[in-house]
Structure formats: C-alpha cells, structure tokens
Design a protein around this ligand. Structure first.
Ligand code: AMP
Ligand code: MN
Ligand code: MN
Length: 337
C-alpha cells in the first residue's frame, strides 16, 4: 500500500543518495533518543534491503529500553572502528558537533547526507534533507522509503514507529499532524504493535527513575508570574537514586505541565562545572532560539544546551534570559494554535 504524501524535491535526492552509495557509515547524535535510534536503524534496514553494507557508530551505549530495536546490537563505539568513511549519513542531528567523537570517522572529502528536522540545523552535510515540518526524523526516513518504493517490513516499521511515537510524546505534542497519524496507521498495517512499543519506551519506569522523580519533584519551583517553572537534578541526586543518564529524560515535563506555565526547564549537573539544560514550551516561546544563544539547539517547543558553570550560576543566567523572552511575548494560548 502506498500513501499519498507531500514529497518535496529533496526526498528524491535523498533517495538517490541511498541508491547510489555503498559501504555507508550511519551516525546519530550523542546520547541517542528514540527518534535518533529509530531513524538510523530504520534506514539501516532500508539500505540493507538495497544490498548495501552499513556500519553503525555512536559515542554512547544504547539505552536498555531501546535494545529491542532490530539491529540495535550492531552499534560500535568510534574507537572500535578503523579508518574513515567516504559515504556517511547523519540522522536527527542539527550540527556536526552533536556527533561527538564519531566525527573522526568521516573522511575529509566524504559525501555526507544530513537527514534531520531541527530548526537550528546548520546544513552541515554535502547534501541536506532538513524537513522542519517533520515531527520526527523517522517521518523523513519513512518518506525516503516511499520515494524508494520499498514496502516496509516489520523490523523497519518497528524502528520508524518508535521515533514517531517518542518525538511526538505519544502523539500528544503540537507536532502531531495528519501526516504523522497517517504514517503511524500505515506502520500498524505493516504489523507494528503500538502498545508493546509505547509500554517499553515511554510507560515503563525503572526503579531508580522513580526514586529520582521523588527527589527531583522536591526541587520544583516557579517564578512570580507562574509562567516559568523548573526542576534541578544534581549528580548527588542521581547517584543516590542509583540512576543513569537516561533516567533524567522526561523530568522536564513536570515543570512544563504545571497549569499556567509557558516554559518548563530542567537543570542537570552532568559533570562538575557543566549543566545540561532542557527547555520545553507550550504555545509561543521559541526555546530553540534560546538554546541556540547558549550554544545548543533544538525545536521551537523542545530544545537543549550544555552550559559551563555551577548549577546556581547557570540557573541564574538562563532564567534571566527566559524571563526576558517570556515578558516580551504574548503567551496566551489563543495567540497561536
Ligand atoms: P532534550 O532536552 O535533551 O530532550 O532535547 C530536546 C531537543 O533539543 C532534542 O530535539 C535535541 O535533539 C535538542 N538538543 C538537546 N540538546 C542539544 C544541544 N546541546 N545542541 C543541539 N540540540 C540539542
Ligand atoms: Mn533526537
Ligand atoms: Mn528527532
């Protein structure tokens, strides 16, 4: 079955890139999430079905909850790979820096296809398919598959559904469009079990994760206007909970979801002297632009950056800037859709 989708001309060029290159290095951003892994693994399956050889590399271990994804066990660390690659595709990554150490595997004159949906994407590829209307990079990969006229098998569909469901927050965020739901329905036709996937990657909490939630909710705070709210996660809290990096994901939704809040933020001490800041906004504030000012990036409604300094200093600096932006805009929900 084929879906009628809005395939812009870049999709044809991206499909040609898939067709015309072999021995490909496939990369995604460091600390990969559901969309990064779903899109790269979905594409890996497509490329294999075209008879291509692929090498999957990431700086970080694959989070446990995503290890069920078909071919997730194929990931190597950059140190485990020799030489450089002349043909490379990067997925779900707004700039080269986000590829981390894996960048070292890209040959100086490589053909590099950049497949992404971040508004802050700097078009770092030699070819770029940056579709800002896509809710997830998995949506772009699905459309490349349509352009290639490949009928999706269950493994590919499982990967693509995972990114679609995680980047839309379970089809709840403002990036949930008619096209997203049509593609999701199509993936179910290919045999995907939506409940199983969402239960694994979104609903299930590890025990350390719940302990962390208990502690972190104690730090929940908001400004005088009630439009900015935040939580703080120190290294000590994470250690006491017995948690790891991926347990922090999603905590920013607590401040975001408080009634009256426009911008929700989490401040997370990642290593001493560095704070990972996650931003979420509800209706109008472009948090991607704020994150970019602090050296990060993302989307209008979800963005992040890592800022040098101790937690209190970073918090003061970031909150001061967010306050300025919130004061300058009309944050009433009716002001936008
Ligand atoms: P997070 O807050 O880490 O869940 O990220 C929210 C969104 O912002 C995701 O789409 C990320 O890819 C993007 N993002 C997070 N951190 C950074 C960063 N340091 N640089 C660029 N984009 C980022
Ligand atoms: Mn991502
Ligand atoms: Mn994404």
């Amino acid at each position: 079955m084929s879906l009628k989708l809005n395939l812009k001309p870049e999709y044809k060029s991206a499909a040609d890139f898939f067709r015309n290159h072999d021995n490909l290095l496939l990369l995604v951003h460091e600390k990969p999430d559901g969309d990064a892994l779903g899109s790269v693994l979905g594409a890996a399956h497509l490329l294999q079905s075209l008879g291509k050889t692929v090498t999957l590399v990431n700086d970080d271990p694959i989070p446990d909850k995503f290890r069920f994804l078909p071919m997730a066990d194929r990931f190597l660390l950059p140190e485990e790979v020799e030489g450089t690659f002349a043909n490379v595709i990067a997925f779900d990554c707004g700039d080269r820096k986000r590829l981390g150490r894996s960048q070292g595997l890209i040959a100086a004159d490589a053909n590099l296809l950049n497949v992404d949906h971040h508004v802050t994407n700097d078009h770092f590829g030699t070819e770029n398919i940056v579709d800002l209307e896509a809710a997830a990079t998995c949506q772009i990969v699905f459309k490349i598959a349509q352009e290639l006229r490949i009928e999706l098998d269950l493994d590919t569909a499982t990967c693509l559904y995972t990114g679609l469901v995680t980047d839309t927050g379970g089809f709840r965020y403002s990036n949930t469009t008619e096209e997203v739901l049509l593609i999701a329905a199509h993936l179910l036709t290919a045999g995907v079990s939506p409940y199983q996937i969402v239960d694994r990657v979104m609903e299930t909490l590890t025990w350390p994760q719940v302990q962390l939630i208990r502690t972190v909710l104690d730090t929940l705070d908001r400004d005088e206007s009630g439009m900015i709210s935040w939580v703080t996660i120190t290294r000590d809290m994470l250690e006491r909970a017995g948690g790891c990096d991926e347990d922090v994901e999603g905590l920013v939704n607590y401040p975001r979801n408080v009634e009256g809040v426009e911008v929700g933020i989490s401040f997370r001490e990642s290593v001493p002297g560095k704070v990972k800041v996650s931003f979420r906004s509800k209706y109008v504030v472009d948090v991607g632009a704020i994150a970019l000012e602090f050296g990060g990036g993302g989307h209008a409604r979800a963005a992040g950056c890592t800022v040098d300094g101790d937690v209190d200093t970073v918090k003061d600096r970031v909150l001061a800037r967010v306050r300025e932006v919130v004061t300058a805009v009309d944050t009433k929900p009716e002001a936008t859709q």
